[in-house]
Design a protein around this ligand. Structure first.
Ligand SMILES: Nc1ncnc2c1ncn2[C@@H]1O[C@H](COP(=O)(O)OP(=O)(O)O)[C@@H](O)[C@H]1O
Ligand SMILES: O=P(O)(O)OC[C@H]1O[C@](O)(COP(=O)(O)O)[C@@H](O)[C@@H]1O
Ligand SMILES: [Mg+2]
Length: 316
C-alpha cells in the first residue's frame, strides 16, 4: 500500500520519531511511505516525497519536524480538501497518517468522511487531546519548563522576588500543572484552576512576613497580562515580583526519551492498524497501552480534569 505521512499545527518534539517509525515499520511491512511537506499545505500543493529507511536516519534525536508544518485555515473548505484528495489519488496513495493536535484531527476527520483511509496521531505540546493520557511532545516541553523554573528560582531567591512564569497550553493547563509541581510552584493558575487573587495576595504577604526568599507562580497563557499581575503583586504585598513569558522555547529542543518512545510506538501502531484494515481512528496511550478510537468520539470532547490538580493544593 502507498501511505502518506504529515505533521500539522504547532510542531512538537517527538514528531520526527513518529515519522521515522511510520517509515521504518511501513517499509518493513512492504508499504511505500511518502512524506508530505508542511502539513495540509503540502497535500493541497502536491509536495510529497518518497521516504526510505535512509531518509529518516538520525531523526530520532531531532526536535521540530523535518517534514515541516503549517496552519492552513482554508483546509476547512471542501474544495481545498478535494484538491488534496485528488493529489493523493493521482499518486495512488490510499492512506494518510496525520501527526498533530486537535485542529489536525478535525481536518483528518473531514478527509476520512471524503473516503480517505486516515489515522491520526496526537502530536502537540499542549496535552489537550481526549482519548490519550499523553501527546507526543508534552513530556519534553514539561522538561524545558521545569529547567526554566529551576533557573528562575535561583535569581528570584537571590533578589527575594516572586517569579511569575507564563507557559503555553492554549486552553489546557496540563503544561502548567505538571511543570509547576516539578518546579515546586506555590501557585498554579490554569483555565481549569482559576486564580483566587485575594487568597494569593494574602498568602504572598504571609510568605514575606515569614522571611521567605521567593515564591513561584506558574500560569497558563491567555489568562491575563502577567506583567500587570507582577506590578499588582509588588504593590499589594511589598514582595517584589517579576514575570517571564517562556514562549516558543517550549516547543523546541531534542525530544526526551518518553517522547521518542511514544512517537516510535504510535507511528508503528498506526501502520499496524492500516495492515489490519482499520482507519478513521486516532491513536492514544491509555494506562501504558496503545489504543485507537474513532475521530468522532474524540473531536469536541473535553479531557477530564487531571487528578494532579488536587495534588497541587496539598503540597504547595
Ligand atoms: N474544522 C477543520 N476542518 C478542516 N481542517 C481543519 C479544521 N480545523 C483545523 N484544521 C486544519 O488543521 C490545521 C492545524 O490545526 P491547529 O489547530 O492550527 O493545530 P493543531 O492541530 O496543532 O491543534 C489547521 O491549520 C487547518 O489546516
Ligand atoms: O505557533 P502559533 O501559531 O503562534 O501558536 C501558538 C500555540 O501553539 C501551541 O504551542 C501548540 O498548539 P497546537 O498544538 O494546537 O498547535 C500552543 O501552546 C500555543 O497556544
Ligand atoms: Mg491544538
Amino acid at each position: 500500500m502507498k501511505i502518506a505521512v504529515l505533521t500539522s499545527g504547532g510542531d512538537a518534539p517527538g514528531m520526527n520519531a513518529a515519522i521515522r517509525a511510520v517509515v521504518r515499520s511501513g517499509t518493513m511491512y512492504g508499504h511505500e511511505v511518502y512524506g508530505v511537506k508542511d502539513g495540509y499545505k503540502g497535500l493541497v500543493e502536491d509536495e510529497m516525497i518518497l521516504l526510505t529507511h535512509q531518509s529518516v536516519s538520525g531523526m530520532l534525536s531531532k526536535g521540530g519536524t523535518f517534514l515541516g508544518t503549517s496552519r492552513l485555515p482554508e483546509f476547512k473548505e471542501i474544495e481545498v480538501r478535494q484538491k488534496a484528495i485528488d493529489n493523493l489519488k493521482a499518486r495512488d496513495i490510499e492512506a494518510l497518517i496525520t501527526i498533530g493536535g486537535d485542529g489536525t484531527y478535525r481536518g483528518a476527520m473531514e478527509l476520512a468522511k471524503m473516503g480517505l483511509k486516515v489515522i491520526g496521531l496526537p502530536g502537540t505540546i499542549d496535552n489537550d487531546i481526549p482519548g490519550t493520557d499523553f501527546t507526543i511532545g508534552f513530556s519534553t516541553a514539561v522538561q524545558t519548563i521545569v529547567d526554566a523554573i529551576d533557573k528562575l528560582r535561583d535569581t528570584s531567591s537571590s533578589h527575594q522576588r516572586v517569579s511569575i512564569i507564563e507557559v503555553m497550553g492554549r486552553h489546557s493547563g496540563d503544561l502548567a500543572v505538571y511543570a509547576g509541581i516539578c518546579g515546586g510552584a506555590e501557585f498554579i493558575i490554569t483555565p481549569e484552576n482559576p486564580m483566587d487573587k485575594a487568597d494569593m495576595v494574602a498568602k504572598i504577604k504571609k510568605y514575606k512576613g515569614e522571611g521567605r526568599r521567593h515564591a513561584i507562580i506558574v500560569i497558563t497563557e491567555k489568562i491575563l497580562d502577567v506583567h500587570a499581575l507582577a506590578e499588582e503583586i509588588t504593590e499589594a504585598t511589598g514582595f517584589s515580583s517579576r514575570a517571564t513569558v517562556l514562549g516558543y522555547i517550549q516547543r523546541g529542543g531534542q525530544p526526551c526519551p518518553e517522547d521518542r518512545i511514544l512517537g516510535s510506538r504510535m507511528g508503528t501502531y498506526a501502520v499496524e492498524l492500516l495492515n489490519d484494515d482499520i482507519y478513521g481512528v486516532c491513536v492514544g496511550i491509555r494506562d501504558s497501552r496503545m489504543v485507537h478510537l474513532p475521530f468522532a468520539n474524540i473531536i469536541g470532547q473535553k479531557r477530564p480534569k487531571n487528578e494532579l490538580y488536587s495534588l497541587v493544593k496539598k503540597i504547595s
